[in-house]
Design a protein around this ligand. Structure first.
Ligand code: PLP
Length: 468
């Protein structure tokens, strides 16, 4: 029809926006009445969608209705207080609202000049976090020579670090095919994957000790053997808070070996980095003053919805040397002045979202005090659960409780452990992760969802106790 506009008018936008916020607020109030895990079969959700995109515009009310009818049944509720699986991916009111604000602003912040607020708020907030997590001052953009930025995920961050370490090593004369990357057998799969994608042909996954932490002697032996074979040890990743049991690699000892042998030392604190807002956990990262890069996920345990990873560099120059390229259409006076940061040089993609807004709003809404309160409470609850397990005649801890992760198994063996996990997960109000470690099946309970309280952990324990 001639002259017809298909756009949502500002008035409709306001009305529908209110309706959507109401829907989301209602969901947060009733989420604990829903099953944690989506009770659908493969293909069921797709089967409810038409075969073609609609020819005619639909009313927004229909879209909202289908949130209930089509989307919700297919949602596994990471924001349910009975979420004890994997690690959390917790969200919060301020974070969700900031995400909406960022979408409304519609910024693409690849350069300082494409939205100065996007870059400057990010640089400031990420500097605040250096202080908040007890990281070394040279990680700060303001006082340098380091700096940090927001990436999509810890996997992305770790991959990028491997790229930069490779560039540094090859610039120094090493052949790409000779480079070696190291991590422990308990490192997250993204470390080995990131190294592989970055072109490392030699990746050593090292033995761990009885607490599932990297053994420095195993690293020293592997580095010695590789050197003797004419290879070039290039990078080692330590993990503060492994995925399996939240074990902590000895950062200081690994740092000492890394500087002795000229290796890049990266720290993956994807999960446990958030705990560093509480000073009582910072001893776990002793030695961080001498690492080359450090990453953690506010999108796991810091009330900032996915995606939001922070990656810091002790020195940003190798990063910029590896990634910088200036096509003519991106040149501008601000960049040429050298006075601004262009975050496109800090990541693989060119374009970037305004993610720092949600981190900023979370930090301001909770304050350091609020973040410490909730993290400490999650840790307390996980240890409370570990104490119950330790007292139980048929259960045993599979590893010491660490941060807010409790791991246990059934004393009768793997089948009993798997049966127990199945019985727990048959209860719609909770969800835990069965896994394997040290040749044994075990169950991971990760406390960290925004709304998880003592009542929820006690309810989970009642289910475990009854099923064990
Ligand atoms: N590193 C560790 C220790 C993790 O536990 C995880 C995910 O659980 C990751 C990295 C990957 O995180 P992301 O999903 O942000 O890539």
């Amino acid at each position: 029809m001639e002259g017809r506009s298909y756009h949502m008018t500002p008035e409709e936008f306001r009305r529908h926006g209110h309706a959507l916020i109401d829907w989301l607020a209602d969901l947060s109030q009733r989420i604990d009445t829903l099953p944690v895990v989506a009770p659908v079969e493969p293909g069921e959700i797709a089967g409810r969608l038409p075969d073609h995109a609609p020819a005619e515009p639909e009313e927004f009310a229909a879209l909202l209705r289908d949130l209930d009818d089509i989307v919700l049944p297919g949602i596994t509720h990471w924001q349910h207080p009975g979420w004890f699986a994997y690690f959390p991916a917790n969200a919060s009111g301020p974070s969700i609202l900031a995400e909406l604000a960022a979408a409304g602003l519609g910024v693409q912040g690849m350069l300082w000049s494409t939205s100065p607020a996007c870059t400057e708020i990010e640089a400031t907030v990420v500097d605040w976090l250096v202080d908040l997590l007890g990281l070394p001052e040279h990680f700060m953009m303001a006082t340098g020579p380091g700096g940090g930025s927001i990436q999509v995920s810890a996997s992305d961050a770790t991959h990028l670090v491997h790229v930069v370490a490779r560039h540094r090593a090859t610039e120094a004369g090493a052949g790409t095919d000779d480079l070696v990357a190291y991590c422990s057998q308990q490192a997250h799969s993204s470390v080995e994957r990131g190294a592989r994608i970055a072109g490392y042909r030699h990746i050593r996954t090292l033995e761990t000790d009885e607490r599932y932490a990297l053994r420095p002697d195993a690293l020293a032996t592997a580095v010695g053997a590789d050197r003797a074979a004419g290879l070039v040890p290039a990078i080692v990743t330590s993990c503060v808070g492994t995925t399996g049991t939240a074990a902590v690699d000895p950062v200081a000892a690994v740092s000492a070996l890394a500087s002795e042998h000229g290796l890049w030392h990266h720290v993956d604190a994807a999960y446990a980095g958030s705990a560093m807002v509480c000073p009582e956990h910072r001893h776990h990262q002793a030695g961080v003053e001498t690492v080359d890069s450090y990453t953690f996920n506010p999108h796991k345990w810091l009330f900032t919805n996915f995606d939001c990873n922070v990656l810091w560099w002790a020195d940003r120059r190798p990063l910029n040397a590896a990634l910088s390229s200036v096509p003519p259409y991106l040149r501008n006076a601000a960049s040429d002045s050298g006075e601004v940061v262009d975050y496109r040089d800090w990541q693989v993609p060119l374009g970037r979202r305004f993610r720092s807004l949600k981190l900023w709003w979370v930090l301001r809404s909770y304050g350091v005090e609020g973040l410490r309160h909730h993290i400490a409470e999650h840790v307390r609850l996980a240890h409370w659960l570990a104490d119950r397990v330790a007292e139980h005649p048929r259960l045993e801890l599979s590893a010491p409780p660490s941060f807010a992760l409790t791991c246990f198994h059934h004393v009768a063996g793997d089948t009993a452990t798997d049966d127990l996990a199945t019985a727990i997960n048959a209860v719609p109000s909770v969800y835990v992760t069965p896994s394997s470690i040290g040749g044994r099946r075990y169950i991971r309970v990760s406390v960290g969802q925004t709304w998880t309280s003592e009542d929820h952990v006690r309810a989970l324990w009642a289910i475990i106790d009854a099923a064990a």
